[in-house]
Design a protein around this ligand. Structure first.
Ligand code: BGC
Length: 733
């Protein structure tokens, strides 16, 4: 490519916070990269990191994921791409696909789900949409960045099966289906090694196994050692400039400590990225149309959790409505940190509600703008509620930000007091939540007939809430994360956020609903749950195995009197599996619009690769042979139809060795033949000793089953000769 070593070193770090380094003599201009993920955060001036050029603040991932609709995510990606073009941005820093391991995760609002398939499918659509506009994505944070506590140093200690099946699975999906232009490495360590220096992660898995063709960029400040990072497979260090690191790279190459090809490859990937970015035309976007799209997505993200007596939707004009809670007027619509957008406009729910009805709308803030208690405000709110036909109480979380985890999932006390006091004077109380991560709803939700999960909905959230409250939008959002009865029930509870630099992922594969289901535990609202203003009936499900996976179909009828959307979910399990599995795992889903009275045949594909588990003995993915149970439901705990299907397994013979146990030898057809013959021969020659104990006593036989062959051979009177073992192994394999 014609760049010298020092130029290669220079362009593998940024020129400032938001630009790559250019090399004018080589015709490489700098390009702009910026956050991400739910808006384009172009820093407006040199000194204020957080003041951005106004851009559409789309619903953060906590909300967009609750739509369960890849098509909406694709449209959001396209719109973001258009806004990037309008601001000359080459790469938008998102999406964030880390799993929500704990409801305390400070950045959960930026992540999609506790499930890797839901995350992977939605993020793939988003990346495809964005990149269809010639703007690159940055899939982050690779990998296992599921907490903020000590995020720049903590080691996420995870066993390989869990890592592969849970924490890497969404990354794998997005990389193999959408080829994001860049992948952003995480700050943290994974099993002791910094993600930025993790050769296995960045090179062996990402490039070697998954075929990633793009560039690996560091999270901002994640690189500790440039030389180690380049050697491991990291390409671009951000931010920059980093003169000392550049020098270290040049010196390392000169001293033979760094393969010059590694640096050259990274520099070439930066050049290619710049070249690709140069192909995108400039653009403009329609601010109103993007606001409308933000409203549409927000409306589809709202989850109706409770609606006793069909209190909702409210009829426009029939009632007097008291709107209570400062968040109705001063919306919580995004979280804090690098994703914070300066919106082009901001809808609040109070205005939205007032516009949606001809009823008398009264308002009282109930608590201060910072969420603090104020007895006078509370008293005023209760009086306002008492006089109205319906009271809508807006409450939610107060702080949710990058850089810190939460320490509780409970509602702040002043807001809880507002709910309790209002519900005591008005039986028609609706609670609307604004939160970026799960809030405990027990026991106070029993006090109110209606509960609306309004997440952080982006700049159009206020009008979207009015759309749902008044039935202009029939709610179809579903929980992408479980709402536990209490924090201590959560599978992550005992191992979050770790200590002394390590966090043990003790619940293993049983993240989120997998853990609740495995222990048969009660939850407040299950994964996949959400009500509608209509009802749906399911017919019998059918399933057929194909080379690509399992084709599932089920007729779903809208049995109510309103048009609506059902999110049909397919959960899979393998009863009798030889490996530990969760009782059910989401493998496919579809958000389907069904007109009142209509029936639709919903077809879904479970991809074969999603049936596979990671076999640690063979070091590869294996689809087990067997009768798979396919459960089709309206949530993870509302299964409406089920069917079994035989799936032919992958060949998965584990070679027998002298360290394989007697039981393992006998479980293998060829091994059983070979070892059986050896035992029979020994029985002919010997009497007494281990051999006769074995044959005389079945319990003894069971105990001996756990003996590795080499150990058995060492026992006095053993039917096996140490000298014969290698021959047995050869014969068996
Ligand atoms: C965050 C990234 C973000 C970057 C640039 C980091 O602190 O972890 O998600 O893209 O800053 O703002």
């Amino acid at each position: 490519m014609g760049l010298g070593t020092s130029e290669q070193a220079a362009i593998t770090s940024g020129s400032d916070f938001w630009h790559t380094e250019g090399v004018a003599s080589a015709g490489i201009p700098p390009v702009t990269v910026t956050d991400g993920p739910h808006g384009v955060r172009m820093q407006a001036s040199g000194d204020d990191m957080l003041a951005g050029v106004p851009a559409t603040c789309f619903p953060p991932a906590v909300a967009s994921a609750s739509t369960w609709d890849p098509d909406l995510l694709r449209r959001m990606g396209e719109a973001l791409g258009d806004e990037c073009r309008a601001q000359d941005v080459a790469v938008l820093l998102g999406p964030g696909v880390n799993l929500k391991r704990s409801p305390l995760g400070g950045r959960n609002f930026e992540y999609f789900s506790e499930d890797p398939i839901l995350t992977g499918v939605l993020a793939t659509a988003w990346v495809r949409g964005l990149q269809s506009r010639g703007v690159g994505a940055s899939l982050k944070h690779f990998a296992v960045n599921s907490q903020e506590t000590d995020r720049m140093r903590i080691s996420a200690d995870v066993d390989e099966r869990t890592l592969r099946e849970m924490y890497l699975r969404a990354f794998h999906k997005v990389v193999t289906r959408a080829q994001p232009w860049t992948v952003m490495c995480a700050y943290n360590r994974v099993n002791g090694i910094y993600a930025s220096e993790h050769h296995w992660l960045l090179t062996q898995v990402l490039r070697g196994e998954w075929g990633f063709e793009g560039l690996v960029v560091s999270d901002w400040g994640a690189v500790v050692d440039r030389v180690a990072a380049i050697a491991a497979g990291l390409d671009l260090t951000m931010p920059g400039p980093d003169a000392a690191g550049d020098r270290a790279l040049v010196d390392a190459v000169a001293a033979g400590r760094l393969d010059p090809a590694a640096l050259e490859k990274s520099a070439e990937l930066v050049r290619k990225l710049v070249e690709k970015a140069g192909e995108r035309p400039a653009g403009t976007y329609d601010v109103d149309a993007h606001h409308a799209l933000a409203r549409e997505i927000a409306g589809r993200a709202i989850v109706l959790l409770k609606n006793d007596g069909d209190l909702l939707p409210l009829a426009p004009g029939e009632k007097s409505v008291a709107v209570l809670g400062e968040f109705a007027r001063s919306p919580r619509y995004q979280g804090g940190g690098s994703s914070q957008i300066t919106p082009t406009r901001l809808d609040d729910a109070l205005t939205g509600i007032t516009a949606a009805t001809t009823a008398r709308v009264t308002f009282a803030p109930g608590y201060t703008v910072r969420g603090e208690a104020d007895e006078a405000l509370l008293t005023e709110a209760v009086a306002t509620a008492r006089d109205a036909d319906v009271a809508i109480v807006f409450v939610g979380s107060v702080h949710e930000t990058e850089g810190a985890d939460r320490d509780s999932i409970d509602l702040p006390a002043p807001q809880l007091a507002l709910i309790e006091r209002v519900a005591a004077v008005n039986p028609n109380t609706v609670v609307v939540l604004s939160n970026g991560a799960v809030i405990a709803t027990r026991p106070w939700d029993s006090l109110v007939p209606a509960l609306v999960e309004g997440w952080l909905l982006g700049q159009a959230g206020g009008s979207a809430l009015a759309d749902v409250l008044f039935g202009r939008v029939n709610p179809s959002g579903r929980l992408a994360e479980t709402i536990p009865v209490k924090l201590a029930d959560h599978p992550s509870y005992l191992d979050f956020p770790g200590e002394h630099g390590h966090v043990r992922y003790g619940e293993g594969l049983h993240v989120g609903y997998r853990g609740f289901d495995a222990r048969g535990q009660e939850v407040a609202y299950p994964f996949g749950f959400g009500l509608s203003y209509t009802t749906f009936g399911y017919g019998a499900a059918r399933a057929a195995a194909t080379a690509a996976g399992v084709e599932v179909s089920v007729p779903v009828a809208n049995t109510g009197s309103r048009d609506g959307r059902e999110v049909v979910q397919v959960y899979v399990s393998l009863p009798g599996s030889k490996v530990r599995r969760a009782p059910r795992e989401l493998k496919a889903f579809a958000s389907v619009a069904i007109g009142a009275g209509d029936t639709t045949e919903v077809r879904l594909t479970v991809e074969r690769e999603d049936l596979a588990y990671w076999d640690t003995r063979l070091g590869r993915w294996i689809v087990e042979d067997g009768e798979y149970l396919i459960e089709v439901g309206s949530s993870s705990r509302d299964i409406r139809a089920s069917v079994t299907v035989h799936v032919a397994g992958d060949p998965a013979r584990v070679p027998l060795t002298t360290e394989s146990s007697v039981g393992e030898w006998f479980a293998d057809p060829r091994g059983a033949e070979v070892l059986g013959a050896a035992f029979a021969a020994a029985a002919g020659e010997q009497s007494g000793g281990l051999m006769s104990a074995m044959t005389a006593n079945p319990e003894m036989l069971m105990m001996l089953g756990s003996l590795p062959l080499s150990r058995m051979a060492a026992f006095p009177g053993s039917p096996l000769n140490a000298g014969d073992l290698d021959k047995l192994v050869e014969a068996a394999n």
